[in-house]
Design a binder for this molecule. Structure first.
Ligand code: DER
Length: 216
């Protein structure tokens, strides 16, 4: 079946897991969007009573449009969360961040007891990093120094993410930062903390060691 149908099937499986009173972290990306629409159906038609903690302005806007109550991590802890991924390896390690929301996604996931990761089959990889670079959110006045440190850490290529048609110049995240995309041939668990310890890095799209259940 098509990738879309696989994503939709995963979204439908996820949506039946929600129960009244749940506070749920809503991931970003196209697969999370499908799950959000399925949950909105249950809220509108089935009276499901949930509260969402969005991981991006886009998801927050859609929650408002779809009539899903939202709150923030400063007010409520998520009982569980769902999200998508760009790559999942055999140890359930993830590369995320194609959509540029990996800081808030990891913030919410690190405060949730469990994370359901919704993927189509194209996301499963034998070697983490084989299809996607690791996105890294960096403070603009440090992006050159961070790029150099990433190359020292073994990154084969580090590129500043540019907007392309919608705006000239670099992508600016919701917090006003840049995104560097760093390609690695080999990703060991310790790389996540090595990247995080570079001064100027806010967060990376390398997710290691979370309590994850993959739904595909
Ligand atoms: O940007 C993100 O982290 C998204 O969750 C991404 O990893 C998956 O996006 P997709 O569901 O549109 O493939």
């Amino acid at each position: 079946i098509s990738n879309y149908d696989q994503k939709l099937a995963a979204a439908k499986k996820l949506s039946i897991m929600a129960k009244n009173g749940d506070c749920i972290g809503f991931g970003s990306g196209s697969t999370s969007f499908l799950a959000m629409k399925e949950l909105a159906q249950r809220v509108q038609k089935g009276g499901l009573n949930i509260t969402a903690i969005p991981t991006s302005n886009e998801i927050a806007m859609f929650c408002n449009q779809l009539g899903i109550k939202t709150t923030t991590l400063n007010e409520k802890k998520p009982d569980w969360c769902f999200d998508g991924a760009d790559e999942v390896d055999k140890k359930n390690r993830l590369i995320k961040g194609r959509g540029g929301a990996m800081y808030r996604e990891k913030l919410i996931m690190s405060n949730a007891k469990k994370a359901y990761i919704l993927v189509d089959k194209t996301k499963f990889v034998d070697r983490l990093g084989q299809n996607f670079a690791v996105p890294i959110e960096v403070v603009p006045n440090a992006y050159i120094s961070v790029k150099n440190r990433l190359l020292e850490l073994g990154a084969k290529e580090v590129t500043l993410r540019l907007c392309g048609k919608s705006k000239d110049g670099p992508v600016i995240t919701e917090l006003g930062n840049y995104i560097l995309d760093a390609k690695f041939d080999k990703i060991e668990d310790k790389l996540e903390n090595q990247i995080k310890s570079i001064v100027g890095v806010l967060e990376s799209g390398l997710f290691v060691g979370f309590n994850i259940e993959v739904i595909s």
